[in-house]
Design a protein around this ligand. Sequence first.
Ligand code: PLP
Length: 408
Amino acid sequence: MEQSITYLPFITIYCFTIDNFIDKISYRSTTKGDRPPLENKLDRIEEVLLMGPGPSCVPDSVYAALGHKTLGHMDPAFIEIMDEVKSLLQAVMQTQNRMTLPISGTGSAGMEASFVNLVEKDDPVLILINGVFGKRMADVAGRLGARVETLEFEWGTPVVLERVEEKLRGGRYKILAVVHAETSTGVKNPVEEIGGMLRGTDTLFLVDAVTSLGGMRVATDEWGADALYSGSQKCLSCPPGLAPISFSTRALEIIAARKTKVPNWYLDISLLTQYWGGRSRVYHHTAPINMIYAIYQSLLLIMEEGFDSVCRRHLDCHRRLVEGLEALGLEMLVSRDCRLPMLNSLRIPEGADDAAVRGRLRNEHKIEIGAGLGPLAGKIWRIGLMGHTARPENVDRVLGALKQVLGR
Ligand code: PLP
């Protein structure tokens, strides 16, 4: 008797927990008259103007594309769409590379895919760093056993060509990697000139174009890029989930001659080729079918508008934004000659509370802007003008909201 009294509270708690658990998994609560029905959180999603570092706003026709009926991943009608996506990506990436396709995964999967296919243990790799994403590249390459050397530049300033030249004179590298559009700062790096330095050498050129692709010129072949990757959620105006990538013929030859197997099955480009290329397709992994519809639609939108007009729209919006910010007495972080059109960093003015201002923009004005990262945390805000977001009415809206919140 004494024993059962001691155990009673534990048994009660146990029964209550089990009952709660069964309630949750069996949806009993929806049928019990005394409890409210389960809430669907999706019903509470509001329309937010995405003016941060990505994702950007998604056009209605891209949302509609996502909602088309899912086909099988080997269905001939789907394979036709895959082929179209490859050629549209070749056009936007300005390349003839056969191996141009969207990797399943976000921009970081593009980064991983580039390094994991090209790097073998002890390979010398040079990484140029002036922000978060250059740093991430060094981490990814290091995990693969590469002998990573870095050249670092102050955040908010571009890569200095003379220093790269000097570094290349002093060593031989299998790969040189750089971020074209450093999203953490808003700096455009001189990729064309770096590509020029590598021309005629046997160093592979690896370029991160996650933020730049679809908003400014990305000339894969002209720059001599051997691996170039991007992400769907920035200037391509698609939800996050795909990483367009392109490998040069030279890169594919190096991959084919590897001494060791690519250490990642999912991102092994030789296996992916069998699904994405050739007449008969071999199943590799189930493609994210509806995301492929979405990127197809967003690439069609870019083609319909015309690539030059798309770039001009980004530039015009950037100029309108900078002019408006300066009129409010706000100061840009990056000097004019190396600013990105799609990512605008401004210094947080004296006395403004970083998080409070961003919170008010989000809650009162339904606008998201980005915070600073790393050494720039609390020092800058990042305003994205990417893809569908890059419209004059959005620029005016964020300027109006900032004016009100900052009381200027
Ligand atoms: N590279 C750059 C330049 C980026 O801006 C980002 C994301 O913001 C990434 C890589 C990583 O992409 P994701 O967050 O889509 O994995």
